[in-house]
Each structure stands twice: as structure tokens, then as C-alpha cells.
Design a protein around this ligand. Sequence first.
Ligand SMILES: *Cc1c(COP(=O)(O)O)cnc(C)c1O
Length: 431
Amino acid sequence: MTNNSRQNSHKVYQRAQQLMPGGVNSAARAFGAVGGEPIVFEKGEGAYLQDIDGNRYIDYIGSWGPMILGHQFQAVKDAVHLAVERGTSFGAPTVAENQLAELIIEAVPSVEMVRLVNSGTEATMSAIRVARGFTGRDQVVKFAGNYHGHVDSLLVSAGSAAATLSVPNSPGVTEGTTRDTLVLNYNDCEQLAATFAEQGEQIAAVILEPVCGNMGCVTPTPEFLAMLRQLTEAAGSVLIFDEVMCGFRVAYSGAQSLYGVTPDMTTMGKIVGGGLPLGAFGGRRDIMQHVLPAGKVFQAGTLSGNPIATAAGIAMLTALRDSPPYDYLEQVSQQLADGLQSACRSAGIEHCLNRVGSMMTLFFQSGPVTDWDTAAKSDVARFGKYFWGMIEQGVYMPCSQFEALFVSSQHSSDDIAATIEAAQKILPELK
Ligand SMILES: *Cc1c(COP(=O)(O)O)cnc(C)c1O
């Protein structure tokens, strides 16, 4: 499905730039890293997106993660329709909130209590506040290249959108705000041990992506995860797994179930809302009891747990629990990974592919990619050409080398084969 003009997209984007900064409502959409103009979409169906010029694409972004069951998944659609019939928001408790909380707690055993919020950013922001309130300490450790949403205190060395735009420290984020944030290197056990030896008693929390997607897909070593658990426990610091991206994605019970490491708190977003704005944070009961009004750490939200997003989340998690797509996702994702690697080999292109289940990144470098410093060595100019080449072939992939692509349960083996064929065509031209 070779695509034609994107004239209508161009017109809409021209107007959008006068209406919204950069013409978008999220920096990650602006194609800043690959140059050129974003594509404007009309609809999504299963594994496909259609733009407003009528071009069709195999979609490997899936709204940046939520669409693990493809676009317009019937059970989610039905649940949203039903919920709308009863009213969109009451700002008061509903039965559905219990149902979603039960589903989350059942799915993720380390989560004993949960609070629903409206985005992943809200979830991490609140989790950090709770960890500080619980420990009475100020310092937070994060890792370079890990993104935890646009929380002021975490917007240092923040991966993807931030790294891509070369603003590791955004203007407007004060030194005071980030003074208590320590940035360490992902997978660096020595540095982690030294930091805890020196100031473990001052560290309120360590937050990380237990499978990283926001510097491209990067996996933690077992030693790194084990050391994180051991050091935080010994120092009385709260270990927070930011599973906004990898939760319900790499496994129904998240990266923590895959690696057998139990965090104190977990943040969620993306898939948990079924494509609607919903996030969640939860964890040990004794920690969560510090959240207002059970405890004193302030947290609130006018639309938190609203009936529409909650209904979508319930339908999504129920579908994932009752008909787990994970074996199928592993199979088609393996097929895609093998195909892309062999296409690179045939074309003589240096590459390194990192993958966990249906999350993966093809880095244009020989690798290995284990942290932000190694990820940053990738050939981003080559990535930009690859990205646009694939667009012309009808394949919509993340618009940055430092993002993971996502496969959904609606991607057929034929879709994967077509994607590999497109790569075989494009890659030799990038030599
Ligand atoms: C997307 C993401 C966030 C932020 O979630 P939003 O819903 O965009 O605010 C936080 N952490 C991780 C790991 C993410 O991938």
C-alpha cells in the first residue's frame, strides 16, 4: 500500500501551528527528531490508521502504548457507549471504581491499594509526593533516559521527547525543584551502590522504568534490579516501578512479574485506561494509607475515576485477563524483530535490536544499548530516513530513534510480513 499525497494533512497542520504551539497538543507528536510535518489522522481500525488524505498505514505506535488490542476494540467501545448513557462525570464515588481497583490489585500483587488519576504524569507526580511524605525525606533518584511524564522534579535527563528536543532541562523548571533529584545511569550497579553508601538515608524514593521504552527499548540487567530492591529496602527508601508504558504490555502483571522483583509502589497509565485518559498509582497498604483523606499527603482530581475512562479501563483489563494476547504478541513480535534484523544484515546496515515482548527498538548502531549514553550513539540521521521511507511504504512507526514501537494483537502475520518487505526495500537506500 504505497501512499500518495498528504496535502490535506499539510493544510490542517499549517492552521494548527497558528492555534497550538508547534501545531500539536503533545511535543512527542511533532516529528521534531525526523524533520517534516506530522500526519493528521481520521480514524483507526484494528492494526491500521487512516489519514485525512485517505492513506492507510500499519500502525506501530498504538497511541504510544494503550492500543495493545488494536483500534476500536469492540468490548472497550461498547463499555464506553454504555457508560456515556449514564452520565459522563459525577465527581462522586461509583461502583465502577471498585471494579477497576479490584482488577488492578488482582493483576499486580504488589499493589494492595490504588488511586485512580487522569494520566501517567499525575501518577508519577503523586507517587513521588507520597514516597516523600511517607519517608519524611527529600531526595529522589531517577535514571538518565527514563521518562516519567512532565513532572517538574523528574524533568531532568528525561529521554524521548525531552532528549529528542535537546532540552534535558526544560526552561521553567527551577534549580530548586530539581535540586533533590539525583540522576544516575541505568544498569550502573557500581554508581547505584556508591550513591546509597554515601546518602541512602536521605533518599525518599528510586523511580525507574523497569523495562525502559523512553530512550528506545532498553532492558534492566537482573543484577541491577536485584541491587535496586536490596539497597532501597536496607535504606528504607521507596522503590517505585514506573509501569506506565510496560504495565499490562510486557505481561499482564507487568515487568515486576516478568523479572520477579517486587516494588513498594507502581505507577500505571496508557493501557490501564483503554485509550482514555486514566492513570493509577498504588502499592503497599502502609504507604498508600498516607494519601489524603486516609492520611495527610494531598491528592485530588475533579475527573479522577470518571465513569467513561473507568469503564474503558475495566473492559480493557477484563479482556487482557480473560483472553491473554501475550503468547500471540510474543510470536508476531519475534517475527517482526527477526525480519527487521535480517533486512538490516542483507543491506549491510549496522544495527542492534532490543525487545521485550511487543515493545522493541531497532537502533542504528552495533550496540549493545544498555543505558542513555549507549543509546545516544545511534545514527539518528539514518533513523530519520528510515522513518520517512517506511511512511512512504505505509508503515507508521515512532518518529524518534529513542522510542519503542508497539505491536498489537490485531497485527496479523501478513501485516508483519508486509512491514518486513517495506524495510527490505528501504534499508539498502540508507547505506
Ligand atoms: C507515557 C509515560 C508517562 C507519562 O504518562 P502521560 O499519560 O503521558 O502523562 C510516564 N511514565 C512512563 C514510563 C511513560 O511511558
